[in-house]
Design a protein around this ligand. Structure first.
Ligand code: SAM
Ligand code: SF4
Length: 474
């Protein structure tokens, strides 16, 4: 179905690629174990799944078959993705918003929200506070408001990159903001953004219309559905998809994500860089009951099936989730998590330990510090990573390369993870985290067979620890 729009020019590939009736049809009926196993074999061969194959996994409900799906995702994670977890922090720049999304504390009808937009000076102070904790990657988050124009967003990005505290620096700035037109994307791209995220929230039109009033800019389903295609046409090659799980049937939404990823791949030769899968959290003044809330058990299935369906895409798990859930779903192949997050405006310098609902979009489930999260990752044998090398060396599509280029993880990702971890241990870690971190680095080195490249890595780690060299990259 073609779509027309008055907000601006749509992408060259603009058509409605979500065939609702077909997706619902795919979710009907039953599957047997053999069908599931055939699809799992394709995932283990690192091939993306099409909607039909994804639906086979979504329809499996025999507990033993579901466990087989979960175990295959864990195995893929262990054998293919390795044990790196990239860390980032969100920085909320402003909570003014012209939209009225029924689930969000920032919605314009919420008169109890304290509205604020950080000044550039305040942004710099937040960034310094984040750098002082060891962060190297941020995502800037904005409501939708005429104040948050592309040039304002671009200036925020420049301010972040220009802010330094001691040895600290932010090396990659991603964005989560409203859809832009082509020119807007070009403006933010010129400021050096990493990923541009726009979540569709729900691919189901009736639900979309119900929670996003049609009189608001966000009420336009197609403008949003087309947002990341426009971004790619304008040169933003790293884009992030997402669904707000809990608005509609999670199985349908997952098929929507797969269709969206395939649409971008087909028309732009590259799928999304990341997919996010936030679950609805309590927000100020939101009293409505959500019939499609996703249980913890279904959330695990969801993440596992997503991992199996889109092998070349990074998966982002946020601090909306409680630590115990984070721990478990990370085993299914999550590649990035945020840590030490505060989502109140100016939350990294101004707020106490308790969350303040009148200054934030929703409640967080995990408010542990960055150091605590890193310590736990290390205890579990993971490698916390602050790597930003691919983006800064102009290597886009890094998740694709991890798979497509034999040895890429061994030669680039793991060494960069270990070097950035070593920087963190030297500059920011608590004594206990430092001790654990040194052990993990040693264990990882022991796993690498002798080679000139291994020697190079050992030398770089030594230069970071002894010569205080920073930002060494493979
Ligand atoms: N305002 C922009 C927009 O809506 O696209 C971007 C930023 S919005 C602050 C970031 C995301 O937070 C939204 O896309 C939505 O998925 C998520 N979000 C909003 N309310 C939420 C809630 N109550 N629980 C969990 N996530 C929520
Ligand atoms: Fe505004 Fe985004 Fe919240 Fe909707 S989700 S009310 S657009 S900040």
């Amino acid at each position: 179905m073609a779509c027309t729009r008055t907000l601006g020019r749509l992408s060259e590939s603009a058509y409605d690629f979500i065939d609702e009736a077909y997706l619902h049809h795919l979710l009907e009926g039953q599957v047997d174990r053999r069908q599931v196993q055939e699809v799992l074999a394709k995932s283990l061969a690192k091939q993306p799944l099409d909607p039909e194959e994804t639906a086979v996994l979504l329809k499996a409900d025999d507990p033993e078959v579901v466990e087989e799906i979960l175990e295959t995702a864990r195995r893929l994670k262990r054998e293919v993705y390795g044990n790196r977890i990239v860390l980032f922090a969100p920085l909320y720049v402003g909570n003014e918003c012209v939209n009225d999304c029924q689930y969000c504390g920032f919605r314009r009808s919420n008169a109890d929200q304290v509205r604020r937009t950080l000044t550039f000076e305040e942004i710099r102070r937040q960034v310094q506070a984040l750098e002082d904790r060891g962060h190297k990657r941020l995502i800037l988050v904005f409501g939708e408001h005429p104040r948050y124009s592309p040039s304002f967003i671009a200036e925020c990005v420049r301010q972040v990159y220009a802010t330094r505290s001691g040895r600290g620096e932010i090396r990659r700035v991603n964005i989560n903001a409203a859809p832009l037109d082509h020119e807007g994307y070009r403006v933010v791209k010129a400021a050096g953004i990493g990923t541009y995220q726009v979540f569709q929230e729900t691919y189901h039109r009736a639900t979309y219309a119900e929670v996003h009033p049609p009189s608001t800019p966000k009420g336009d389903y197609f403008w949003r559905l087309d947002a990341l295609a426009r971004a790619m046409e304008a040169g933003c090659d790293d884009v992030g998809l997402g669904v707000l799980f809990g608005l509609y049937d999670w199985r349908f939404e997952l098929l929507g994500l797969v269709c969206h990823a395939r649409h971008l791949q087909k028309h732009y030769g590259c799928g999304p860089h990341t997919i996010s899968f936030p679950r609805l959290q309590p927000a100020q003044g939101v009293t409505r009951q959500w019939p499609h809330r996703v249980s913890d058990g279904d959330f695990k299935r969801l993440v596992a099936i997503l991992r199996l369906a889109v092998p070349y895409t990074g998966l982002i798990l946020t601090a909306r989730e409680r630590p115990e859930i984070r721990r478990e779903v990370m085993r299914f192949g999550v590649s990035q998590i945020d840590a030490g997050s505060r989502i109140e405006l100016a939350g990294y310098t101004e707020t106490a330990d308790a969350q303040q609902m009148d200054r934030e979009q929703f409640l967080l489930g995990d408010v542990r510090s960055l150091d605590e999260v890193i310590r736990e990752l290390l205890r579990e044998g993971d490698i916390p990573s602050f790597c930003t090398a691919c983006y800064r060396l102009g290597r886009t599509g890094e998740h694709f390369m991890e798979f497509a280029i034999p040895g890429f993880i061994r030669d680039f990702c793991t060494p960069n993870a270990l070097c950035t971890l070593m920087e963190y241990l030297q500059d920011y870690a608590s004594p206990e985290t430092r001790r654990l971190g040194q052990t993990v680095i040693q264990q990882e080195l022991e796993k690498i067979p002798p080679s000139p490249r291994k020697q190079m890595l050992i030398d770089r780690l030594r230069r970071i620890a002894e010569d205080q060299e920073r930002d060494v990259r493979f």
